[in-house]
Design a protein around this ligand. Structure first.
Ligand code: ADP
Ligand code: ZN
Length: 297
């Protein structure tokens, strides 16, 4: 079985062909330009491979409501040229196959639940801390959409008393993204995260904010597994610091061995390396096939 997957990002489009076991057979990357040129490249690629279905994990915000007129669109993005872009319709028309669609981070948690670190979990979250912060949420065996889709990267946080930085998010200033994403680190400390690897104060503060958000996600979603990744988490010394602070912040309130004894297995990096997003997209394609046959029956 050949399934196409797209990890659709604001700077690049990772396109791959995979099978039903999560094996990637081929992959290419196209730079994200205007929708027209970018779609043409991707459609050309998938036509060559004669895929049976396509799955897309997409940068957003996106419309995931299947009864909406703009289902499958990128909606209100500030990215030039991409506002109100019909993604699902474009690929369905061009390729004539079932198309699965979700947010990029929901794609990533789906990949990890299916083949990675959250295998076997029915409730798990994927948090990426990079240029922005995104959180994919899988609850009771399905991806969480709700009113729009979760935007838990913008969770509002209490500031550290010693932090005078105003916060970078244009909407909330001091949400998780505004305080802890890569651009916030650079604005606060005057250098990029990767150049600050040896500055303990940077990571102490960073862990304080990430742990606060993770504590809130544990309280709200009750995940069985928490996966953290993205450029900023490549500073891997953050993992033990975040685990320790989460335990402190929960203050014994959630009584479970994962928190008391098995934090190392609870808050982890992806098992799929840099591929949870693209593998999740392939799984979205597989799910679109089963949905397609249910709708036909
Ligand atoms: P994106 O979020 O754009 O998809 P990434 O997940 O790679 O991309 O995140 C990019 C951000 O991560 C940048 O702000 C960069 O400065 C930061 N970053 C990359 N490597 C590191 C590192 N080793 N330590 C801390 N921050 C890093
Ligand atoms: Zn925000």
């Amino acid at each position: 079985m050949r399934i196409g997957g797209i990890e659709a990002g604001g700077t690049k489009m990772v396109c791959a062909i995979g099978d039903e076991n999560g094996k990637i057979i081929d992959r290419v990357t196209f730079p994200t330009r205007g929708p027209k040129e970018t779609f043409e490249d991707m459609i050309g690629y998938f036509r060559k491979w004669e895929i049976e279905a396509l799955g897309i994990g997409c940068f957003g915000p996106v419309d995931l409501n299947k009864s909406s007129k703009t289902y499958g669109y990128i909606t209100s993005t500030p990215k030039p040229g991409w506002k109100d872009t019909d993604v699902v319709g474009t690929f369905k028309n061009a390729l004539g196959v079932p198309v699965g669609f979700d947010t990029d981070v929901n794609g990533a948690i789906l990949g990890e639940v299916t083949w990675g670190a959250a295998k076997g979990a029915d409730t798990a979250i994927y948090i990426t801390i990079g240029t922005g912060v995104g959180v994919g949420v899988y609850v009771n065996g399905g991806l969480l959409h709700g009113l729009v889709h979760p935007e838990a990267g913008h969770m509002l946080l209490a500031k550290h008393p010693g932090d005078s930085y105003e916060g970078k998010c244009p909407y909330h200033r001091t949400c998780l993204e505004g305080l802890a994403a890569g651009p916030a680190i650079e604005a606060r400390w005057g250098r990029k995260g990767a150049e600050l690897a040896d500055n303990a104060d940077v990571w102490e503060l960073e862990a304080f904010y990430i742990a606060q958000a993770v504590t809130n996600y544990i309280l709200a979603y009750s995940p069985q597994k928490i996966i953290l990744w993205g450029g900023v988490m490549h500073q891997e010394s953050l993992f033990p610091m975040v685990r320790e602070k989460v335990k402190e912040m929960l203050s014994g309130y959630i009584s479970h061995e994962m928190i008391f004894e098995k934090m190392d297995e609870y808050i982890v990096k992806p098992a799929l390396g840099e591929d949870p997003g693209i593998l999740g997209a392939i799984k979205l394609g597989m799910l679109a096939i089963s949905e397609f046959s249910i709708n036909k029956a």
